[in-house]
Design a protein around this ligand. Structure first.
Ligand SMILES: [Zn+2]
Length: 368
């Protein structure tokens, strides 16, 4: 056995030398968190254990344009700081911002999110928030922030090598390897929903062909449901469309139809599970993760009905060595995951000049 390689008592496999689970220590100070989403702007003060105080949620004013959205972010953060106990508010180390991608985390700019309105292109967010709050501010893609939260406080605690996925309206992802997020030169790495799982098939929302997201996410299932109604193949979905309108059809209708025994719904849900399973088997071969942590509304509702088939498929079809190690598990932190992740995000970036891209230093004054 090589020096530094320990043997795992449980299964006799060699364990790699123990790496730090992450390359930073969590700050002992609270941080301010902002989660910018297509429907809500949420803010909170996050304590070092990940708990939230002074949580604020307002509607995202995307119809009023980017300036109004940035103003709403500033206002939510100010309100949260004002509502927090004074000793916490005075000790805040910085601001962590979660946003839909793509984003430029080094410049603190939101590039072209699909759901923040047509004018939202190349909008600086870190600089105006820093100026308004007097606190160093760091931007990251929502799924990367969620992965940091699960690594610090949730399902991937103590885990240096894992994938995070969210299966919801879309499918997002993040890759943590050797204790560090994988970014790529454009910070777009980790888009695990946009991998082809077939040679041809539906066009994905991103324009790609037969991506996992087009088969297994809420928007993809809704599209298949509308097509089934238009083709007259599903009595169950036709009934739902007549009740609520065809544009209101969603993944939950397809899932309900499966439970009611509708053949089209059963086939669509089966296809979604197979697409997810095939993608996971590929991820295991490529990344050799210890964990695949799966969150998001569809994954939360489906539970082992989604994860169970993926575990079976990986156990059968992934490469032998990585498939023995990997576990596919549910996320633990729920809807506030991207708020909690502000704590590790700020902790890992404070004092690291590469994340400021020339912005002047802002040092949080500590009065507590
Ligand atoms: Zn895609």
């Amino acid at each position: 056995m090589a020096p530094g390689v320990a043997r795992d008592a449980a299964d006799g496999r060699d364990q790699p030398p123990r790496l730090p689970t992450s390359r930073f220590a969590l700050s002992a100070r609270p941080v301010l968190a902002l989660d910018l989403g297509g429907t809500q702007v949420r803010a909170a003060v996050i304590l070092p254990d990940g708990s939230r105080v002074a949580r604020i949620a307002t509607e995202t004013p995307k119809a009023k344009g980017p300036d109004a959205v940035v103003d709403a972010c500033v206002e939510a953060l100010r309100m949260s700081r004002a509502r927090a106990p004074r000793n916490l508010a005075g000790a805040i180390a910085g601001v962590g911002v979660s946003s839909p991608g793509p984003i430029d985390p080094w410049r603190g700019v939101i590039i072209e999110p699909p759901n923040l309105g047509p004018e939202f292109h190349d909008i600086p967010i870190a600089a105006p928030l820093e100026a308004a709050l007097g606190l160093p501010t760091y931007l990251e893609r929502d799924t990367n922030v969620a992965a940091l939260a699960e690594q610090s406080f949730g399902a991937a605690r103590e885990c240096p090598d894992f994938l995070y996925m969210t299966v919801s309206t879309g499918i997002g992802g993040a890759i943590v390897s050797g204790g560090q997020l994988l970014y790529g030169p454009d910070a777009t790495a980790g888009e695990l929903g946009h991998v082809p799982v077939n040679l041809d098939g539906p066009v994905c929302g991103c324009g790609g062909i037969a991506h996992l997201e087009a088969f297994a996410a809420g928007a993809g299932l809704a599209r298949f449901a509308r097509e089934a109604v238009e083709a007259g193949t599903s009595h169950f979905l036709a009934h739902r469309a007549a009740e609520n309108g065809i544009d209101a059809l969603g993944a939950h209708d397809v899932a309900d139809g499966e439970d009611a025994g509708d053949a089209v719904c059963m086939a669509l849900m089966g296809q979604a599970r197979t697409a997810f399973s095939v993608a996971c088997a590929g991820y295991v071969n490529i990344f050799n993760p210890r964990l695949i942590v799966v969150g998001g509304t569809i994954a939360d509702k489906q539970g082992d009905r989604l994860l169970g088939p993926a575990r079976d498929y990986v156990a059968r079809y992934s490469l032998k060595t990585p498939r023995r190690r990997v576990q596919i598990v549910p996320a633990e932190l729920g809807a506030d995951v991207s708020l909690a992740g502000a704590q590790p995000l700020v902790s890992m970036r404070l004092g690291e000049g590469q994340w400021r891209a020339g912005r002047a230093d802002v040092t949080a004054a500590v009065s507590a």
